[in-house]
Each structure stands twice: as structure tokens, then as C-alpha cells.
Design a protein around this ligand. Sequence first.
Ligand code: ATP
Ligand code: MG
Ligand code: FE
Length: 347
Amino acid sequence: MRVLGIETSCDETGVALFDSEHGLLADALHSQTDLHAVYGGVVPELASRDHVRRLLPLIEQIFTEAGLRRGDVDAIAYTAGPGLIGALMVGASTAHGLARAWQVPVLGVHHMEGHLLAPMLEETRPEFPFVALLVSGGHTQLVEVRGIGCYRLLGESVDDAAGEAFDKTARMLELPYPGGPHVSRLAEQGNPERFRFPRPMTDRPGLDFSFSGLKTHTLTTLRQLQAAHGVNEQDRADVARAFEEAVIDTLVIKCRRALEQTGLTRLVAAGGVSANQRLRQRLEAALAKRGAGVWYPRGRFCTDNGAMIAYAGTQRLLAGERDPGPMRAVARWPLHELTAPLTTPAV
Ligand code: ATP
Ligand code: MG
Ligand code: FE
């Protein structure tokens, strides 16, 4: 089955063509980063309008790259939520419009299921069951995954998501949006011994996270430095390093705990923050000690993309799932509300 995937839930227009027999045929992405950078965050109305401008040309581009003619697909998958409602509606209405024109089935996909299954696009794929660490701009969750649609929430952030904490810290350090990669790059020059930031909620049992206190800690540290002697380049790097160490340490501790609690030996890390190289190294080292392994998507499939939506959609479309009626676009949609497809998809 050949599926066109469409992602427009936030500030990335992503499209891809996935073939259940031949894998990924083509994918393309337009990031709106430059459009929103001056505002320090995503402006929903600007995001929707830009998706309208970019989506159809991107779709044409991947059909050309794959050597396919328009309509040479068996089905269409699009992100139905969660996300910015106006942005979602652009992808949803385009998907339904094309499906009607091409007379093919269409299905709305859960954005976080897309992130969670993105490692399946790689050559070495994790087998079920596994624990998934979803770390993105809007989510920080640990999920026990028994199969597609069999998700049990083990823990999540009670306030800011990990990516959001990176973005807010970046802003305090006067770094551009989105902040994760910039904070990480600055942290490389930082001395990890100079400041020690707290590891929130690690001193008590449980798998929930809290990252808003770290952000306050960053602000307080910067203010103290400012009052003492002004903030120089090395100070900024040391603060970035202390912040990054604290986030990574916290994530690693909770991942280890989640594996212990479930008795599982496989971890999947996905979402934008999983692109962080130091996080990957630390997860690998910590898990190797326990005889466990970790899988993640390639760097560019950690953040939002069309390939993960095409993949997740294909698994459910193969099992016969379709949108029963009109297009769907839902801003809030908890992952654990999903259910398994009725028949097991033939991968
Ligand atoms: P969600 O998927 O929860 O709806 P989103 O789609 O906005 O949110 P993603 O696109 O998955 O999130 O990820 C973007 C986030 O990842 C941003 O917060 C960004 O700062 C962060 N990020 C990207 N690369 C890195 C990195 N190398 N280190 C840390 N954070 C990173
Ligand atoms: Mg984004
Ligand atoms: Fe995302």
C-alpha cells in the first residue's frame, strides 16, 4: 500500500510517500522557523496561512521525486491532532479534498503516535513491547507500548515539556527559537562542574516530570551573575551546560526507572529533544549497564515530519481503518485514548 502522509500540526509543513513494501519513497519539509523567530514562538494564525501556501507545492515536489503521477497512491494519512487547530485544519481539509478527488481512503492520525513510531522508519527497528520516552515541544511522557495503539501512560510532565524548557531557557540566554539545538551547542563550551541545577522529582518514586522549576533556577542564576559582575560568554555557556545536564540526568533516571518498573529491556526515544546527542550518549551508557537497548529516529525525523505520519497512517490503513465521516482536527487528544487497529497490520 502506497500512502501520502501530511503533517501540519504546528510550524512544520511535512509530507511523505511511504510504501508498505518498499519503505519511504520521498519526503519533504518546510520549516516555518524563520517566520516565527522574530516573535520568539509560534504565532498560530501565521502558521496556518503558511501551511496553506506550502502544502500543495510540497506534495507536487515529492510526487516528482518519487516518479509518481498525482493520484498514484492508495490512501492518504494526515495529522488530526493534537496541535494548533487552524494549522491542523489545513492538513485535514487538504487530505480530505485530495482523497475525494482521487477516490482513495483517508485517515486522521495522532501526532504523538507518529513520533512514537518514527524509529520504525529506520533499518534496525525496535520490537514490541518497549517503553517510549516522548520528548518534544509540547510533551514529555513515558509510555508502555505493547503494540500499535496499545499505550499505557506511565508518567508525564506536570508542567512544562522538556522541549519547552529548552526553548524558554534559550530565550533567557538570548538564543534564537527553537532553542534546543542552540542551548545544546552553547553547552558544549560550558563547564559541567560550575553550577549544579536540581533534578526535579527524582528524589521520590514515580515517573512524572516537572521542568518549570529548572527554568526559574536558570533565571535566578543569571540574575545573580548579572548582579555580581555581569554575564559573560563563559557564564552563559556554564548555565546552558548546567541546565542541559539537569534535564538529561532527570530523563535518564526516569527512563531507567520505567524499564525497572515494567521489566522491559527496550527503550524508544522520540520527539524533538531525542535529537540531542548528549541525551543519546547518556541513555545508551545507562541502558547498556542494564543490558537494555535504545532506539530512535534519524535526526531529522525526531522533530515534526511527514514520514512519521505516513508510516503510522499506513499501519492503521492496512488494518482497514478510515475516517468514517468528515475531516477531523482536534487540538487536545490524549495518546492513551487510542486503541489497537481491529486486525493486525501486515507490515
Ligand atoms: P509536540 O510534538 O509535543 O506537539 P512539537 O511538534 O512542537 O511538539 P517537536 O517538533 O517534536 O515538537 O520538537 C521540537 C522541540 O524539540 C523544540 O522544543 C526544540 O527546542 C527541541 N529540540 C530540537 N532539537 C533539540 C536538541 N538537539 N536538544 C534539545 N532539544 C531539541
Ligand atoms: Mg516545530
Ligand atoms: Fe511534534
